[in-house]
Design a protein around this ligand. Sequence first.
Ligand code: COA
Length: 258
Amino acid sequence: MSEKTFVEGLLAGRVAFVTGGGTGITGGVARALAEAGARVALVSRKMEHLEPAAEKIRAGGGEAFAVTADVRNMEEVEKALAATVEKFGKLDIVVNGAAGNFLCPAEELSPNGFGTVIDIDLKGTFNVCRAAFAELKKERGQILNISATLHYTGTPLQLHVSAAKAGVDALTRQLAVEWGHHGIRSNAIAPGPIEDTEGMSRLVPAEVKEKLRRNIPLGRFGRIRDIEQAAVFLCSDAASFINGAIIVIDGGQWLSKG
Ligand code: COA
């Protein structure tokens, strides 16, 4: 497969707002949307993550713009969205990838630790969707949320993230129903273990990694590219009747008892 996406030009003319867009899975998604022709706003708390990612997209011939916002803060989200619309003229696609994670046993998790992850993952997703509604409605746009598979089974040390992502799934389906009438599609991707991500290096201890890989029916970890391709598809007209779907991309891992 070429380094460029298989869907070059599929998103020509679209404008995307990608939170967490500088690094990891969502960094890849932002780049892939740009390769498919979208103009992309990369959004996160830290400009030092965003600007190099935006520069890389521009160097590859795409259009990208870096803007800081903490998704927990509605005022900052509204400002970043307004800046994106001012720069690119409209908004078609929102990708909610900003997330927080750490490993912690439930009995040691503080209320603020629990709330912080809920605020970033779940409330942040709501904030961005809510603030983007009017612009998405104008363009009959799309929402793509990045969820997880952790909450399909019990995942030790991940109570806070599992609860947040279960909420993201509910929000995805709710908006599919409530905003589908406006032509706005709402879908999610649930990635399994993806190599070369902060999540894998920081959250999966080395001794667990090989066991985890052996438990994946397809025999390998996912690649960021696997998520990118699905994201481009879901944001494109090729997926025009897909609404309220949560697409699991994990090589069959969560179904496998190992
Ligand atoms: N174990 C237990 N509790 C933790 C923790 C850990 N490893 N890390 C943070 N917390 C708790 C803090 O103790 C605090 O609670 P307290 O006030 O009761 O002590 C609460 O979470 C908030 O922590 P703080 O560091 O103030 O939050 P923040 O807003 O600066 O950072 C995080 C947010 C916690 C999600 C941080 O890990 C982060 O910014 N991560 C980078 C992004 C990321 O995780 N991406 C996901 C990649 S998979």
